[in-house]
Design a protein around this ligand. Structure first.
Ligand code: C5P
Length: 309
C-alpha cells in the first residue's frame, strides 16, 4: 500500500532578528529624500516571530502581540501585511491568495533595531513558503527593498555592508562573535525626524564611506578594536532629540563596556562587552542604574529571517 501523502502545511513560522548598525555613515539627502548610507549591519539574537496561515482568497489579516504591541499599526501600513500583498501581487501567478498573519514582537517598536523590517522580512519568507512560491534569495531581497531600506538585511542577517539607502547589502568579511547589552529607551524615536535633525546639524556632509578601522576590527575579531571603531552619524541628532541618552551611553561605558553606540536612529543604545560574563555583569549593573526602560543581552552575528516551523 502506498504511504499516505504528508499533510499540507497549515501554517509557517518564521523568525527574524533585530539589527544594530556597527557603523552608520550618512550623506546629504538625495532628490528622492532618502540619504545615501555606508553602513555595517549586524544581526543580533533578539527576534520577532511571524506565523502565516491560509486565509480565504483575497483576505489579508493581521494580529500582533508582545513588546510595544499598542504601537504596531494593524492597517495596510504594517510592513508584514504590505509584504504579503506585494508577494501575492507580484508572484502569485494570478491566484487569489490570502493569509492570516500573527506577529509576536520582542523587538521594540521605533527602537532603531529594524523591528518593523524584521516583520516585513519574516512575512515575505513565511508567505513565500506557505504559498509555495520558490524565489531566489536575491529576488526576495529585491522585493524586500520595496518595503523598506533595512528589509533586505533582515532577510540576509550576519554582518553585512549596506549601501544605497541601505537596501543594497553584501556580506562583510567578519570573524568571531560578539556579546552585546542593549538598553531600550522609554519611548521610540521617529526615523524621519532623526534624519531631519541630521540634515540641520550637517548642512554639507561628506559622501559616506565605510570606516576602514571598523572593517579591520571585524576582520581581526577583536572586541576592543571593534568597540573603539563603532560610529553612528545619526547619534548626535538622536542625542539632541533625546538628551538623556547621553547618560545611558556614559553609564554603560563607566560600568565597563568596551564600546557604546546608539543603534540606527535610536533610541536603543548598544554596548559591546568582552564576554558572556561581562554581559551578565553589565546588564545587571545598567538595570540597577535605572537609566533605561529595559536592558537585555544579545549575541551577534546571527542568521537572517528563517523558517523555524
Ligand atoms: O526605507 P524606510 O521606509 O525604512 O525609511 C524610513 C524613513 O527613514 C524614510 O522615509 C526617510 O525619512 C528615512 N530614511 C532616509 N534615508 C535612508 C533610510 C531612511 O532618509 N537611507
Amino acid at each position: 500500500m502506498a504511504s499516505p501523502l504528508p499533510p499540507a502545511p497549515v501554517g509557517v513560522h518564521v523568525r527574524a532578528p533585530a539589527k544594530i548598525n556597527l557603523a552608520l555613515k550618512v550623506g546629504a539627502p538625495r532628490p528622492d529624500g532618502y540619504h545615501p548610507l555606508a553602513t555595517v549591519y549586524h544581526a543580533v539574537s533578539l527576534y520577532d516571530d511571524v506565523h502565516a496561515e491560509w486565509a480565504e482568497p483575497d483576505e489579508f489579516e493581521l494580529e500582533a502581540s508582545g513588546e510595544g504591541v499598542e504601537q504596531v499599526p494593524l492597517d495596510d501600513s504594517n510592513l508584514a501585511l504590505r509584504a504579503a500583498r506585494l508577494l501575492a501581487r507580484t508572484h502569485g501567478g494570478g491566484d487569489r491568495l490570502g493569509v492570516h498573519l500573527t506577529i509576536r514582537k520582542n523587538i521594540p517598536v521605533a527602537g532603531g533595531l529594524a523591528g518593523g523590517s524584521a516583520d516585513g522580512a519574516a512575512a515575505l519568507l513565511a508567505c513565500a513558503t506557505l504559498w509555495d512560491i520558490d524565489l531566489a534569495p536575491e529576488v526576495l531581497r529585491h522585493l524586500g527593498a520595496e518595503l523598506g531600506s533595512d528589509v533586505p538585511f533582515s532577510l540576509m542577517g550576519g554582518t553585512a555592508v549596506g549601501s544605497g539607502r541601505g537596501e543594497d547589502v553584501a556580506p562583510a568579511l567578519a570573524r568571531g562573535s560578539y556579546h552585546w547589552v542593549l538598553a531600550f529607551g522609554q519611548e521610540g524615536l521617529s526615523t524621519p525626524a532623526v534624519y531631519r535633525r541630521f540634515d540641520e546639524l550637517n548642512p554639507s556632509p561628506e559622501p559616506p564611506e565605510v570606516p576602514a578601522d571598523l572593517m579591520n576590527a571585524l576582520r581581526g575579531g577583536d572586541p576592543y578594536e571593534l568597540g573603539a571603531a563603532l560610529v553612528n552619524d545619526l547619534q548626535p541628532a538622536a542625542l539632541t532629540l533625546r538628551p538623556q541618552l547621553r547618560r545611558v551611553l556614559d553609564a554603560g561605558l563607566d560600568l565597563g563596556a568596551v564600546g557604546a553606540v546608539v543603534s540606527g536612529s535610536g533610541p536603543t543604545c548598544a554596548f559591546l562587552v568582552e564576554d558572556e560574563e561581562d554581559a551578565v555583569d553589565l546588564s545587571i549593573a545598567l538595570s540597577a542604574e535605572g537609566v533605561a526602560r529595559k536592558v537585555m543581552r544579545a549575541g551577534g552575528p546571527v542568521v537572517g529571517a528563517r523558517v523555524v516551523g
